[in-house]
Design a protein around this ligand. Structure first.
Ligand code: ACO
Length: 157
């Protein structure tokens, strides 16, 4: 398995993986915007044939200065195809993105939203990576499920 920076021509493969793995899907313009605006902080995992089996799509929050917040990254979406799970791919993708957020943008923390029922992802964020719950956002998702808004300080990265 090879993990590398995501390129613009990976966006179709990333979108396909996202469609298989998550109910939150995005139009191609959204994927391209991320790839072109923050090209250093999204990563893919590919198999030996170059097929994308996992990805992390991240951005730097755009209005942090106006809000008086420190520069921070935000993970929009991460997923790994079912048959490639529990191999440490998501952990590696997250760590690479977090490291690049610090090195390239001097991000002070990283944030994300996760469904409160998503045990696997919460396990990854909280137990493996050290994220904490900043708040619960009621009915955040289209189907009415609450989101955990989670954060990880990147100050000691
Ligand atoms: N149950 C409990 N804990 C889990 C599980 C699980 N099913 N899967 C992963 N973890 C935790 C464990 O602590 C694990 O460490 P361990 O294997 O040493 O016990 C740790 O996460 C790291 O696991 P990885 O192997 O790196 O995770 P994986 O590559 O399997 O990907 C992911 C995890 C991305 C959550 C995967 O299950 C997936 O694609 N799920 C569907 C999509 C999804 O829910 N994405 C997150 C939505 S939120 C967002 O995108 C911001």
């Amino acid at each position: 398995m090879n993990i590398r920076l995501a390129r613009v021509d990976d966006m179709l493969g990333m979108q396909a993986a996202n469609l298989q793995n998550l109910p939150e899907n995005y139009v191609m313009k959204f994927w391209m915007y991320h790839a072109m605006t923050w090209p250093q902080i999204s990563f893919v995992a590919e198999d030996h044939k170059g097929r994308i089996v996992g990805y992390v799509l991240a951005k730097i929050e755009e209005d942090s200065e106006e809000k008086g917040e420190p520069v921070h990254g935000h993970v929009n979406s991460i997923s790994v195809l079912r048959s490639y799970r529990r191999l440490g791919l998501a952990k590696k993708l997250m760590l690479l993105s977090q490291e690049a957020m610090v090195n390239v943008y001097k991000a002070e923390y990283v944030s994300l939203h996760v469904r409160k029922s998503n045990k696997a992802a919460i396990g990854l964020y909280r137990d493996t990576l050290g994220f904490e719950v900043a708040k619960v956002e009621k009915k955040y998702y289209g189907d009415g499920e609450d989101a955990l808004s989670m954060r990880l300080s990147l100050k000691n990265t």
